[in-house]
Ligand binder design. Structure first.
Ligand code: PNS
Length: 157
C-alpha cells in the first residue's frame, strides 16, 4: 500500500521554504497531499482557490507525487482519514514553530492516532515566512529570492 502524507498549511502564499519541505516529504512518502487549509485566525491575502493554483504552479517542476487540494472546513484529521494518510508533515524553522506545532501534533494524534513528522527547515529558508513575504511585497520590495516567480508575480497584482 502506498504511503501517503498530508502537508497542511495556509500557504498564503507558498514560499521556497514550503517547496523545500514538500520536496523532502516526497522523498519519504509515495504521495504527498499539499493541503491549503482555512485558518480562522488569519485573514488571507489570496483565496483558497488562488493558493491552490499557486501551490500547483510552485510544485510543477518538483520531483515527487503531489496532490494539491483545499480544506475550507472540518477537521484536518478527517481529511487524513479520507485519503488514508500515514502521517502529517510540517516544517519547523525555530523553537517558536515547535511550540506552535507541538499541541497541534498532540491533539491530532489524540483525535485520530495520526503521527506528525516535523521536518527541520533548511537554514537557507529559516527566516522566510509567508507573512514577511506579503509585507515585503506590499511595501514594494523584491521577494523573488523567497518565492517562486509565479508567486512573486501574483503578489504584484
Ligand atoms: O500555515 P498555518 O496557518 O500555520 O497552518 C495551520 C493549520 C491550517 C495547519 C491548522 O490551523 C489546522 O490544522 N487547521 C485545521 C483545523 C483542525 O483540524 N484543527 C484542529 C487540530 S489543530
Amino acid at each position: 500500500m502506498a504511503s501517503i502524507a498530508v502537508y497542511p498549511g495556509s500557504f498564503d502564499p507558498i514560499t521556497f521554504g514550503h517547496v523545500d519541505i514538500a520536496a523532502r516529504a516526497a522523498k519519504l512518502f509515495d504521495r504527498v497531499h499539499v493541503l491549503v487549509v482555512h485558518n480562522p485566525d488569519k485573514d488571507p491575502r489570496f483565496s483558497a482557490a488562488e493558493r491552490v493554483e499557486l501551490v500547483k504552479a510552485a510544485l510543477a517542476g518538483v520531483k515527487g507525487n503531489f496532490d494539491v487540494n483545499s480544506l475550507e472546513s472540518g477537521l484536518l484529521v478527517d481529511y487524513c482519514k479520507m485519503v488514508h494518510a500515514r502521517a502529517l508533515v510540517k516544517g519547523i524553522r525555530t523553537t517558536v514553530d515547535i511550540d506552535y506545532e507541538l499541541p497541534m501534533a498532540q491533539v491530532n494524534r489524540d483525535l485520530s492516532g495520526i503521527e506528525t513528522i516535523l521536518i527541520p527547515a533548511d537554514p537557507m529558508h529559516g527566516f522566510i515566512s509567508s507573512s514577511l513575504v506579503r509585507q515585503v511585497a506590499t511595501l514594494g520590495g523584491d521577494v523573488s529570492k523567497y518565492v517562486p516567480a509565479v508567486v512573486a508575480a501574483a503578489l504584484t497584482k
